[in-house]
Ligand binder design. Sequence first.
Ligand code: M6R
Length: 607
Amino acid sequence: MCGIIGYSGYRACLHVLLEGLEKLEYRGYDSAGVAVLAAEGIQARKAQGRLSALEKLLETSPLPAADCGIGHTRWATHGAPSDRNSHPHCTPHLAVVHNGIVENYAALRTELKRQGVEFITETDTEVLAQLLESCYQRTGEPLAALQAMAARVEGSYGLAVLFCDRPGQVYLARRHSPLIVGYGEKECFVASDIPALLPYTKEYAVLDEEEMALLDHGRVEVYDPQGRPVEKEHLTAQLPAQAADKGSWPHFMLKEIFEQPQVLQDTLSTYVADDLPNLAPALPDKLLQNLGTVHLVGCGTAMHACMVGKTAIESLARVPAQVEVASEFRYRDPILLPGDLVVTVSQSGETSDTLAALQLAKERGIPTLAIVNVPGSSLARAADMVLYTQAGPEIAVASTKAYSVQLAVLYLIAIRMAWARKALPDARCRQLTRALCAIPAMQQPLLGKAEEMKMAAQALQNASDLFFVGRGMDYSLSLEGSLKLKEISYIHSEAYAAGELKHGTISLVTDGTPIVALATQSAVYEKTLSNVKEARARGARVLLLCSQNAPVPDALADEVVRLPQCEELLTPLLTILPLQLLAYYASVLRGCDVDRPRNLAKSVTVE
Ligand code: M6R
């Protein structure tokens, strides 16, 4: 979603701002803007559309040289995408960029209007800027103004502000929306996300809830909500600067699909020792031994990973597990009992609904575990226990490699749970762990099927609707395959438990309707094939994914993609690759913006 960058230092800041915004593009946005504080005062430029539109505007309407400034990519929430609604929002004394949502903006707007303030947009951020302006006029001091503003605002904000009479300085405030300060030599930075800092520094600190900060060339001062100085722990980003670069790949998504064997290997080697999952101290055996129900919570792809996790936990450890859509869980007053564990799964660690679900569990006194990819993210900081996936930065909006490593960690938890509770013999747990560690090598040849999947994508690129079907874990994979295809190719598809099709939806199957059938589980293989035959009899065009040795009757499918034989419970780590490639090529063939699909944001920080 929206991205923030800010700079105070010795460089011409515009270059730093634009470079930072480019690194934040992956979050998803529909307009961009910058403001600098120069001798002439604050000046801003903003433009709807891609960053290139802003760059073009800056050519015809250049900004003066300045040593401090702020920049923003906006993903519209209040008010349509437009030049005017873009950030920064400027008032007589300041300019603001804002991530988050002001929930009481309507009441504040009415109040400010009564005081004579004129608004030129419908945005909540303009209200925030005007509120801060009025606080600044009253207090005459930036931090006091931010404190006064905080007392009036309901909602979330990551804020970077220029005050016209504070040369060289950028002020920050955080509530439920991440801000990271970066430390350099005689310069400092702020960003909503680490990749924006990487071209300049790896040393950073994460602002905590309600903290404020001042950036002034090499000086970073952080304050608690009462305005008392706070010492921040300096962290070092482990990512190489080029980790978020596309290199020679045509798209981030393809790069990330192909990175899966490596990141899976990295994740497994972090958590496996002596042929067993080694999750302590993060996740102690004592907790696993005394579990009631495991609640697995996430959104989108992460929630689909939870579905596979549920099957693994229940079948290996025989512990009841429930999958919860975070946005539902948080409002449905879930039954959480002593002994339960809430596991939140998220790539970004910033998904608002998932964070709220975690918060709910904490309020109920239930232990929380986060499986998360971004170190220092809000979810990682809020959870009682954290297991990091090792996917590295995932830039494409469509989640691919993060899903694989989420599955890996969930499998490890299931195996460790089975071992700690003696639900399975020690030898079987070690055998499963070894089988899991063998998967990265099995993924490699599957990636070699890229051409095959491109041809399969050609066959369905003009479809208006299609189905993904499967039973058991294959149903979970169907949901993920369908989501991937929809979000980046805009082809409508539905995922169905194969046995459900005949209960209504088969009425939509006519001559040539494409069906992607997943049949990797031997226990339900024949059943799934029967369902495929039912669709086939109505003219469906079938792409079948099944294991290497599965017998496929003649004329059942138009194309068959064979997956290497592995421990059946682990097949999702193989099945997912052709599905991701199918979606990728469908998107490319249809000329879509693969990495930045319309309307979507990489991390969804609003509810
Ligand atoms: O960062 P998170 O894993 O919490 O994000 C959750 C979803 O927003 C995300 O998986 C989304 O569904 C992806 N665009 C799917 O590819």
